[in-house]
Design a protein around this ligand. Sequence first.
Ligand code: ZN
Length: 72
Amino acid sequence: MKTGQSAAAGSLHYGLVLCPSCNEIIDTLPTNRVKIFHSLCDSPACREAAARSAGLGFAPPASGAAGEGERP
Ligand SMILES: [Zn+2]
């Protein structure tokens, strides 16, 4: 009987931590399966971009103020 050892020692699965802005691999995490996490890198530009997309995604279009009629 053979002791059940993982055949391929190099087939370790890791979770990748990617920056959603620049898609850079920030870090890897030992996980059971291949997973992809998203975290911001140290780049201030990425943080700012993520803050914008997360906080103020789409500014609601200024609905026509019902006060002024359309005048040519
Ligand atoms: Zn980044």
